[in-house]
Design a protein around this ligand. Sequence first.
Ligand SMILES: [Zn+2]
Length: 208
Amino acid sequence: MMDVALDTTPTYKFVGGWLCLDFCNTGENREAGYVGELLGSYQNLLAWSQQAGLLGASEIRSLSMAADQRPAEAQAVYQQATRLREALYRLFSAIVHGRAAANEDLAELNTVLAQGLGHLAVQQAEQGFGWVWRSDAADLAQMLWPIAHSAAELLTQPNLQRVHECENGHCSWLFLDLSRNHSRRWCTMEDCGNVVKARRHRQKRQTT
Ligand SMILES: [Zn+2]
């Protein structure tokens, strides 16, 4: 089947080690009042959700068609997604840097959590039982529920202390440092790690 939309679909990076952190990393280079936007549309939110393993190909097709039929609603969901993402970024960034989390950011998370939790169900699996998100094929916001759930899980467990923000000043990507000696400092070595090292190398040469 031909799918023209696929040709312009970005390939997203998943280096955060936790779903909601990877979602935060669809924005980058944050400064006061500025976010480098890597999503940009509801269709790209779908692409990210598929690459994240949240939605399968047939669900993506249904949602993509529903979004074409209800563009205003798709746009509203997209805006809610980026609002949730920035609230999560601010929450985790505050925690990383020892600042107090803002109540309105927590409220944004809890709003999506409340919308999603009613869709959580237990289902028979091949072995035993598993959690599933039950949703109507046309529910455009369904990918936000597991993202919010993943944030709630991370906020309420000891791994929270392992959340870090990339040390390359402008990057603003978040990740879970699961290295044995807690030594991970950059989102990726090929992006920020090498940039920082090259910069330090230059500065060192200039001062010697
Ligand atoms: Zn980085």
